[in-house]
Design a protein around this ligand. Structure first.
Ligand SMILES: *Cc1c(COP(=O)(O)O)cnc(C)c1O
Length: 416
């Protein structure tokens, strides 16, 4: 057998994940493996927790990554707080809302959902009204919905949840590190971020954070696990059940991420190096600068797309800055355009799911992929490919419009 040494093509990745990884992160992953209880390594774990708190804008003690992709973070939080029969309210406005519902159902929740058309978000008052009507234990919602490129305002919903003693769990996988996410200020109880999106770290970890309200539930369930339900528990007939997942048992993971360092899984030490470097780069750039950079390149990209004569998809007021959705012109084979862009220009953009499949393209401008050279490359490549597909575009306009944006605002402090 003659397998060749890996020869990975160089791509410009303009999808909503996975995205290009900063060379400094890739370098960090190549350092020697450390034992998971080596003090040199546990020091890194503590630093990851600290940096994660800053990126999540929270003072939560429990702020650490779950090993597994982003949905592992969703599952760990939900599995650890849902007990069979719990009412969970999920406002769904795209694919990842359905994922939350699916996970909750698997852990025995009674899921109540409302939906709005893909491309829109909910008026917070609609969510709050429904919430008051049904009094769920948990509200689970997506912050940045990558499938539709929309962003749901959360501040009012968070405040209402807290007032009614409802737990708010937020999937901020696509927004963390690229868009302002105020965990504490918005009264979010449990939150999940993603690595392969705006943090620009490879897929394989899910940074999460949760507060003492969630910790309390987990510790209660731990007592049950240990067979030490108190008399009070029995008195109030609390049907508190042990967490049914081992891998996603946050109680056990808390023991591992605390000074007790109780063994659970074998930590993915090389991924911790990557996350450490990824978080460090976010903080080195500065959150405000980073959010500005994502909006800045979004402005250049959307100016170019519109100048080309293409239409942006979705409610413009609630656009997620790091994902730009474009209507596929009628009569055009969207997949053929994507394939040609990859083959001829080595540029990858995304299609979408469900009702939007074949209807829109999605261009991600996330983390390290969110750079001027990438935005210009995708605009130039897309225009050329569309012309090859006999689409009537305004030739030569897209790059000029983007360059105009860059010329007008270039003085700002942009890291990439
Ligand atoms: C990408 C994404 C996920 C799932 O992430 P995986 O890493 O594929 O598990 C979940 N939610 C949102 C909003 C996402 O964008």
């Amino acid at each position: 057998m003659a397998y060749m040494e890996l020869n990975i093509p160089k791509r410009t990745i303009m999808t909503p994940g996975p995205v290009e990884v900063d060379p400094r992160v890739l370098r960090a992953m190549s350092y020697p493996v450390l034992g998971q209880f080596d003090p040199a390594f546990t020091k890194l774990m503590n630093e990851v927790m600290e940096m994660q708190r800053a990126v999540f804008q929270t003072n939560n003690r429990w702020t650490f990554p779950i090993d597994g992709t982003s949905r592992a973070g969703n599952e760990a939080l939900l599995a650890s707080i849902i007990e069979p029969g719990d009412l969970v309210f999920i406002p769904i406005y795209g694919r990842f809302g359905h994922l939350l519902a699916e996970i909750c159902e698997r852990y025995g929740a009674n899921v109540h959902s409302i939906q709005c058309p893909w491309g829109e978000v909910f008026d917070p008052q609609v969510v709050i009204k429904e919430m008051k009507k049904i009094s769920p234990k948990i509200v689970a919602i997506v912050h940045g919905e990558t499938s539709t490129g929309r962003m749901q305002p959360l501040a009012e919903i968070g405040k209402a949840c807290r007032e009614q003693n409802i737990l708010l769990v937020v999937d901020a996988v696509a927004s963390i590190g690229g868009v302002d996410v105020k965990t504490d200020e918005w009264h979010i109880d449990g939150i999940i971020g993603g690595t392969q999106k705006c943090l620009s770290v490879p897929s394989g970890m899910a940074p999460i954070s949760f507060n003492d309200r969630i910790e309390k539930i987990i510790l209660e369930r731990k007592k049950v696990e240990a067979g030490i339900a108190t008399e009070e528990d029995r008195l109030y007939n609390r049907t508190c059940l042990a967490i049914t997942s081992n891998y996603f048992d946050l109680g056990m993971l808390m023991d591992y991420w605390s000074p007790r360092r109780l063994n659970h899984h074998t930590e993915a030490t090389s991924m911790i190096y990557a996350l450490h470097e990824g978080l460090r780069l976010v903080l080195e750039e500065g959150l405000e600068n980073r959010f500005f950079r994502h909006m800045f390149h979004e402005k250049a990209l959307t100016a170019g797309v519109e100048a080309m004569g293409l239409k942006l998809f979705g409610d413009a007021h609630h656009k997620l800055p790091c994902v730009t959705c474009i209507d596929i012109p009628s009569g055009v084979d969207g997949e053929s355009v994507r394939n040609m862009l990859l083959e001829e220009f080595s540029i990858e953009m995304a299609s979408s799911f469900g009702p939007l499949h074949g209807k829109i393209w999605r261009i991600g401008t996330m983390g390290y992929s969110c750079r001027k050279e990438n935005v210009l490359a995708v605009l130039g490549g897309l225009e050329a490919v569309l012309i090859r597909h006999k689409v009537r575009v305004n030739r030569g306009e897209a790059l000029q419009a983007a360059l105009d944006v860059y010329a007008a605002e270039a003085k700002k402090t942009i890291a990439y």
